[in-house]
Design a protein around this ligand. Structure first.
Ligand SMILES: *Cc1c(COP(=O)(O)O)cnc(C)c1O
Length: 376
């Protein structure tokens, strides 16, 4: 079994043809408008409003600040029920708003927030649920909506992984009170860096526009303590150009996902997520596998390290759990997080990106099969 000659990373950003991007840069040079709601940002916003069939949409320089501003604009306080199985920014957004995170467990199939555990964790101080469509898997949309309605809680989605995902032909952004998308370079769709909020209440648009621009209402009036979270023209340009290739990118990822599933489905000790119902249009933003040490003959961590020797760089997303990071360890967690702890100890995300060759996927799977048989 030979290692790859050049490293295969977990992701590689899609880039539009260079001459297309240069054409756009010329426009920026001519306008000399670099940021502060420039013409390209306005065009990008219009395109996204068209794509998502809504005007309740606002762009930001990254997803983390978008989520932080979302919580501030919605006036969320007290306690928010959330998942520990996510990227740390989900919880950081709560921290910056002085909100107490209440971590509850995930369900074992798709690793999203477990509605039963959410319901059990509600207290008089609970104001919202912050769920994550982790890896691009839709959360338990109906169950969470039902709990939120019965308990009068806001339902907020960290939708950083689900750009392009649809459920029953509806955009994933149509669920809950608000969804935050990330356009970071490592995501399946990107604008260099970037963030987007899509929300139900139209009045929030004005609030978010103020908050991302220091709270300025006009030249002389600052109406709220905002921050600086504006998307610039270069980001918007990249966003527009990558958007043109979205369907192509998603198709290629789907093929890669199919091949991984085909090649790994019968490998002892490797668990793949169950197929999602055909009503879900997926974006295949990640390729998670669970490694059962006893059956596979190697721990998830050893597999991660060994793959590196073959020049394959998988990631242990999401290990450790957010509640185990030093900065959150002192928060009391009542839920034993049985599923989240088990999954976090076993999960590995394999390389997936549009330009990954099927022959490379084949070779990665071959290495995994070979390691499973203990011939290394
Ligand atoms: C990437 C990511 C974020 C943060 O988005 P940025 O645009 O990088 O700030 C938040 N939550 C999740 C789940 C993410 O994966």
């Amino acid at each position: 079994m030979k290692p790859f000659e050049t490293p295969i990373y977990v992701t590689k950003p899609f880039l539009p043809p260079l001459d297309e991007f240069c054409q756009g840069i010329k426009e920026i040079w001519e306008s000399r408008w670099l940021t502060n709601n420039g013409p390209i940002l306005q065009r990008f916003t219009q395109e996204l409003c068209h794509l998502f069939e809504t005007d309740n949409l606002c762009l930001f320089n990254n997803g983390t600040l978008a989520l932080q501003i979302a919580l501030q604009g919605l006036g969320i306080a007290g306690e928010v029920i959330t998942t520990p199985f996510t990227f740390v920014a989900t919880t950081h957004a709560l921290f910056w708003n002085k909100i107490r995170p209440v971590f509850v467990d995930i369900e074992p199939d798709y690793y999203t927030l477990d509605p039963e555990k959410v319901e059990a964790a509600i207290t008089p101080w609970t104001t919202a649920i912050l769920a994550v469509h982790v890896y691009g898997h839709p959360s338990k949309l109906n169950a969470l909506a039902d709990i939120a309605r019965r308990h009068n809680l806001k339902l907020i989605y960290d939708a950083a992984h689900v750009f392009g995902v649809k459920v029953n032909n509806k955009s994933i952004a149509d669920f809950g009170d608000l969804s935050m998308f990330s356009f970071h370079a490592t995501k399946s769709y990107h604008s260099l860096e970037g963030g987007m909020l899509i929300f139900r209440e139209t009045a929030l648009k004005g609030v978010f526009d103020y908050l991302k621009n220091f709270g300025f209402k006009n030249e002389f009036e600052v109406v709220m303590p905002g921050t600086n979270a504006k998307m610039n023209e270069m980001q918007a340009l990249m966003g527009i150009q990558v958007l043109k290739y979205l369907e192509e990118i998603m198709k290629k990822r789907a093929k890669i996902n199919d091949l991984y599933r085909e090649r790994l489905k019968e490998v002892p000790g490797i668990r793949l997520v169950p197929p999602l119902p055909p009503t879900v249009r997926q974006n295949h933003s990640y390729m998670p596998i669970e490694v059962n040490e006893e059956e596979f003959g190697m721990s998830c961590d050893t597999l991660y390290e060994t793959l590196k020797q073959y020049n394959v760089y998988s990631r242990r997303y999401f290990y450790p759990l957010v509640c185990d990071y030093a900065c959150y360890r002192n928060i009391s967690v009542k839920d034993p997080l049985i599923v989240a702890r088990r999954v976090s100890g076993r999960i590995l995300t394999l390389p997936i990106y549009d330009s990954l060759l099927l022959s490379e996927v084949d070779a990665i799977c071959e290495i995994i099969v070979y390691l499973q048989r203990g011939k290394y």
